[in-house]
Design a protein around this ligand. Structure first.
Ligand code: SIN
Length: 520
């Protein structure tokens, strides 16, 4: 099959690219579940952008750079902040509804922002964006969507990307889709951790595929842990949005005492890495709770209806009860290295959103900058797509045959559980040499066990696990290499930030089956 633009992934970055690129050519979107199933759909807090005169692009740039802890690319951050209001107009033009107050867009705040600048749609901002964009995609005559289609690998003609090999899960068929440009918008990697806010689909497929194809991967040690997720036995680590703290919720210990101000003068609105580490340590002494009761039932039900409903399922009424919380893996700041147009180091391969690394986040991400990043850079990339229309769609001379086999057994589940537990224990919020070395050895072992199961068996569980092991290795390798603490990456054995030696990015590339690590 042939298409002008092949988009892998159906979150905000993929759909925004598709809608904008459809002006120039036909777009095929493939997604491994249903179109709305994405990390975007779960985003609660909102999207940061300068939309009021009390705020300024300069301030948004300063806040982003400060949280990025020296590794954000200033030029890219400037583009992000400058194009913020245009991105919001773009979303409004699709029909996205953000909350309003007195005819103005309502703004809230989150950690690291020096002023309220986060637009939101109740506490289900991502869902509103995802559903609206999905409607526009279905109306668009230049776009088609293939659901339940898993991208196995990129297709290469020498060093050029010419499409992707896709498993149609329901038909159990492998098809090659050839394209003038291929776009990865596959989201994050959170599911490699036992405790995560991410859904099961966040297995790092795009990053793993890009690595195998020879693209450059960067900043993988910077995994952001969200400080406040529901902490109840047998309940998932459901995100308790930072917007609660933005609206005045406080963190207390078992004795009901507030403690955050002892650690950072921004208190509950300090950057996420600081709060996550503090909570991680406090939790060794006893439970930690988020308390929003003082805001009153009416406000809470109006502003956080979904979180209220979700917590009720686990016996917590947030209008009357304290919410037990703990940190969990949330967002990868690194990914496939791109420029501001989404161009990777591989010809005709673009990447946007969480799987990409524009260097906008550096060592830590300012809350609610991720939805903005997805819209800004995928819009910029789509404007350049005319250039790709001159590419011929060509099948490479030789394609490896893919065997179909069904590997889905207890051993697969055991390997996945062991991987996720080990990543949490050894490459989590606090890291050290001993645990990171242990993890790197464990990953080799897990990989051998997986290979023994079925070679190139093609089913999603198997392929996802292969990708999870690959991206876990990238995170562990980069974390092992960086011998300092910066942003989200904290080394107990190197607790200080060392600008003299470490103000640089760690890049990873696979060359002839070997993983190369270098600085850039
Ligand atoms: C949240 O609502 O706390 C998450 C928002 C984000 O990760 O930017």
């Amino acid at each position: 099959m042939k298409t002008d633009f092949l988009v892998v992934g159906s979150g905000i970055a993929g759909l925004n690219f598709a809608l904008n690129a459809a002006k120039y050519g036909n777009v095929t979107v493939v997604t491994k579940k249903e179109i709305v199933e994405s990390n975007t759909n779960l985003a609660q807090g909102g999207i940061a952008a300068v939309t009021r005169k009390e705020d300024s692009v300069k301030l948004h740039i300063e806040d982003t750079l400060k949280v990025g802890s020296g590794l954000s690319n200033k030029h890219i951050v400037e583009i992000l902040a400058e194009k913020g209001s245009e991105a919001i107009q773009n979303l409004l033009s699709f029909g996205v509804n953000f909350d309003k107050e007195n005819d103005e867009l309502h703004l809230t705040t989150e950690g690291g922002h020096s002023i309220a600048r986060v637009l939101h749609s109740g506490d289900t901002t991502g869902k509103e964006i995802e559903h609206t964009m999905t409607e526009r995609i279905h109306e668009n005559r230049n776009t088609q969507v293939f659901e339940n289609c898993f991208a196995i690998d990129l297709l290469l003609n020498n060093t050029e990307c010419v499409g992707a090999k896709i498993l149609d899960i329901k038909k159990r068929e492998v098809i090659d889709i050839f394209a003038r440009a291929t776009i990865l918008a596959t989201g994050g990697i959170g599911y490699i951790y036992k405790n995560t806010t991410n859904p099961e689909i966040a297995t790092g497929d795009g990053i793993a595929m890009a690595l195998r194809a020879g693209a450059k991967i960067e900043d993988m040690e910077f995994v952001q842990f969200h400080p406040t997720t529901l902490n109840k036995p047998d309940a998932p680590h459901f995100l308790i949005s930072e917007a609660l703290r933005g609206e005045g919720a406080i963190l207390v210990n078992e004795k009901g005492e507030r403690f955050m101000e002892e650690y950072d003068r921004m208190g509950e609105l300090a950057p996420r890495d600081i709060i996550s580490r503090t909570l991680f340590n406090e939790l060794k002494k006893g439970s930690v709770y988020l308390d929003i009761r003082h805001k009153g039932e009416r406000f809470i039900l109006e502003r956080f209806p979904m979180i209220h409903q979700e917590c009720l399922k686990y016996g917590i009424d947030i209008t009357a009860d304290l919410i037990p919380v703990s940190p969990a893996a949330h967002y990868i700041c690194g990914g496939i290295k791109t420029n501001e147009y989404g161009e990777t180091t591989l010809a005709n391969l673009l990447a946007f959103g969480e799987c990409a690394c524009t260097e906008v986040h550096g060592a830590n991400r300012l809350a609610s900058n991720s939805l903005l990043e997805s819209v800004v850079f995928s819009s910029l990339g789509a404007k350049k797509t005319k250039n790709y229309l001159k590419n011929k769609i060509e099948a490479p001379p030789q394609q490896k045959e893919t065997a179909l086999s069904n590997v889905d057994n207890q051993e697969l589940k055991d390997i996945r559980a062991e991987l996720r537990a080990a990543m949490w224990n050894y490459v989590g919020i606090l890291r050290n040499e001993k645990n990171l070395s242990l993890m790197l050895r464990k990953l080799e072992q897990l990989n051998r066990r997986l290979d023994a199961l079925g070679g190139n068996g093609v089913n999603t569980r198997f392929l996802e696990l292969k990708n999870m092991i690959t991206v876990s290795r990238l995170v562990a390798k980069a974390a092992h290499t960086r011998k300092e603490s910066r942003g989200t990456h904290y080394r107990e054995d190197y607790p200080d930030t060392d600008d003299k030696n470490w103000l640089k990015h760690i890049c990873l590339e696979q060359r002839k089956e070997k993983l190369h690590t270098y600085f850039c």
